[in-house]
Design a binder for this molecule. Structure first.
Ligand SMILES: [Zn+2]
Length: 445
């Protein structure tokens, strides 16, 4: 006898209602561990505007109830009121599990405790599989989109992410971290201290992830971060060989103080940023002083060409750059200094790099261009740290950190509208933490 509609169902009855019921049950048993429980009935309301499937569960009389705190079998104390859990929707049809949890007398403490239910996590009205499902999608889509697409509330998505992140943070492994990068991330409007976050990344080859996030970017912030990481994994700071950072004084100070054994590497990216800022200041000053109309026209619109790496400016842009440089004398010299500093990073031996740095800073000091002199002084002051880049065999740059930071900015933009620190933290750990996930008997997505 052929089954109607759902021909692949395991039963062969021609009663469609039974066929569907068995199918949902089979599917559910396949995706969710229900050991110790039986599916009593599956009710469907598919014709309603919000179609749904309700699954009633009951305790398997052949199995003993187990305590949720120690997972040992215990005597049943009483039966609580029926609860409802959202489960992963089936073909965009909402699915709910219903069950009246028993309380068992815990064999360890002797107190009545709610029994263990493999699909349930604490008091959450969402089944673990559902939270897992939402949290995974929330990494690919914005939270709002996730909620809309999977008929969940925004709050369900938030709680799911919260649960997954909390589990991941508790279970992550912090051993074997030898290189970290420290960077700041700006968020929101304004430039107050609270508009910055301090991020600590692991930048070991093959293992790049966010390790810690702190509010603002002071000495105290980074100290707190180091303390926390050390507390989570004793010997964390002692195991560090390389710490990458920019020239932000509070960071340098704390790194020196706490990671004495590690090489503090200043990365090319941030030095380039300083040079570019100086060059831009020179251009702005000089451009505003220009009197000649033709020269003013030539100099206009050259900002991005000047800041771009010289060798990457080609074709017509190159012509324009030449015109800009010809019309701005000081800027032209500053630009040449900026471009030539790139050679510094090409050395292999610290000694030669040091010689180059001396020559370059001398040239910059003689240029009589104040912003460039300022950069030269800064670089001289940090010479030892700059040379660490070569001592670390040029393996570590904050380019990796910048990549991570870019990803961080994208995730923050996606979480648009939720600006509290706790929320930012959640989003960043979720997207960049490479956190382990709670075990799940089925991979939904
Ligand atoms: Zn117990």
């Amino acid at each position: 006898m052929a089954a109607t509609g759902v021909g692949w169902s395991c039963n062969t009855t021609n009663n469609p209602a039974t066929a569907i019921q068995l199918t949902v049950k089979t599917l559910l048993r396949h995706v969710q561990d229900l050991a110790g429980f039986v599916v009593e009935s599956v009710r469907q309301r598919l014709d309603e505007p919000n179609p749904r499937i309700d699954v009633d569960l009951d305790a398997d009389p052949r199995r003993k109830r187990r305590c949720s705190c120690c997972n040992r079998p215990g005597r049943v104390h009483d039966v609580l009121a029926k609860r409802r859990w959202h489960f992963v929707p089936l073909w965009n049809i909402a699915v709910f599990l219903h069950y009246a949890p028993r309380r068992v007398v815990c064999p360890l403490t002797g107190r009545p405790t709610v029994e263990a239910m493999p699909w349930s996590r604490g008091k959450s009205p969402y089944a673990a599989a559902y939270m897992h499902f939402l949290a995974r999608w929330a990494r690919r889509l914005s939270w709002k989109q996730t909620a809309e697409i999977f008929c969940a509330s925004w709050d369900a998505v938030r709680r799911s992410v919260e649960w997954v992140v909390a589990w991941g943070l508790e279970h992550r492994e912090l051993s074997g971290v030898t290189a970290v990068g420290i960077d700041e991330l700006h968020h929101g409007r304004g430039k107050t201290s609270l508009n910055f976050l301090t991020l600590v990344y692991q930048i070991d080859r093959g293992s790049r992830r966010l390790l810690w996030i702190g509010r603002s970017r002071t000495e105290a912030t980074l100290r707190e971060g180091f303390d926390e990481l050390e507390k989570l994994h004793a010997g964390f700071l002692g195991g560090l060989k390389v710490v990458c950072s920019d020239m932000w004084k509070p960071f340098l100070k704390v790194v020196r103080e706490r990671c004495g054994a590690a090489l503090n590497v200043l990365d090319p990216f941030h030095v380039a940023k300083h040079l570019n800022e100086a060059l831009d200041a020179v251009r702005r000053g000089e451009q505003s002083r220009l009197q000649d109309k033709a020269a003013r026209k030539d100099a206009k619109g050259g900002r991005f060409l000047l800041l771009k790496r010289g060798t990457k400016v080609r074709g017509r842009a190159r012509e324009k750059l030449k015109a800009v440089l010809a019309s701005l004398n000081q800027t032209s010299r500053a630009w040449e200094l900026k471009e030539s500093f790139r050679n510094f990073w090409r050395y292999r031996s610290p000694a030669w790099a040091s010689a180059y740095l001396k020559a370059w800073t001398t040239r910059a000091m003689r240029s009589k261009i104040e912003p460039m002199k300022k950069v030269a002084r800064t670089l001289r002051r940090h010479e030892d740290l700059l040379l660490n880049y070569f001592r670390a065999k040029r393996q570590y740059t904050n380019a990796m950190v910048e990549g991570m930071n870019h990803k961080a900015r994208v995730s923050l933009a996606r979480s648009f509208g939720h600006r509290s620190f706790e929320m930012l933290k959640l989003v960043l750990y979720h997207n960049l933490g490479e956190l382990p996930e709670p075990p799940c008997s089925h991979k939904f997505c």
